[in-house]
Design a protein around this ligand. Sequence first.
Ligand code: F6P
Length: 342
Amino acid sequence: MRVGVLTGGGDCPGLNAVIRAVVRKGVKTHGFEFVGYRDGWKGPLEGYTMELGVPQVRGILPRGGTILGSSRTNPFKIEGGVEQIKDNLAKDGVDALVAIGGEDTLGVATKLADLGVNVVGVPKTIDNDLSGTDFTFGFDTAVNIATEAIDRLHTTAESHHRVLVVEVMGRHAGWIALHSGIAGGANIVLIPEQPFDIEEVCRLVESRFESRFSPILVVSEGAIPKEGGDMTLISGEKDAFGHVRLGGIGDRIAAEIENRTGKEARAVVLGHVQRGGTPTAFDRWLATRFGLQAVDAVADREFGTMMALRGTDIIRVPLIEGTGELKLVSPEEYAEAEVFFG
Ligand code: F6P
């Protein structure tokens, strides 16, 4: 069998570990040949390929990013895109596809599977917000990077008696903020699932200073103030200390804290640092096991499935399970972190 492999969406530590496992086991156990499709769905759409075999996957296990490249191309948003993909797969002699991606990439895979394309999915996102799987690879690495940053920020915050606001990734779900906040001993964690009250945040900041310690806030990029909440500052304005606030929610919260409490506050946006570089051992382990199971699913012709971690088992679930509702932080899980606030 000839199998195409692609990686789509935002990159994530562990992608190369999946590609390596798929190819190594596919060649050794199943006698498959592989074609690498470049830059997500753009690859099969434009017939943009690269050679993919055992030599190409040598030495890539600890490397971040993806040797195949990635994009957010969606063939369903391009006229004739699906037919173009089917034509190119036929031209390349590809019988099946392994699509490694998040919500959008696997959403495309789900629709293609419904249209008769032989595809299996591997879930990835640093956000850990895909339903159907207990964890996605990349998440552990992102949490470790954020935790290390929080550890470092504690000491500089203490030295200057400042508030430090750490903005982490997570547009819809607060998993990175919650896990790194707990691991790093944050004093406040703000996530998209629990709109915050800026007055309450400032009260917690002040109570932290009363015990003579400097507060660290961990904020998801998607955190939002409560409806009717009073967040006055907009980006580009000068705050009470004359700092021009540039924009993200972390920076806006820092500005509000300065203006309301008179305490100096700084914001740090971790951004893509959380996505780059070498994966942790856990992410390499999870990504490798997903890859091994995905290539077996191809051999078993169990198309339309996605690999999922349940407990310590890797199982195959319908692709739609991974692309249905997002997995969000529950109020109970958030309440665990709240015990440490202030
Ligand atoms: O979905 C993964 C993710 O890293 C989000 O946490 C983040 O909001 C987004 O991608 C950033 O996307 P981009 O790399 O396109 O800026």
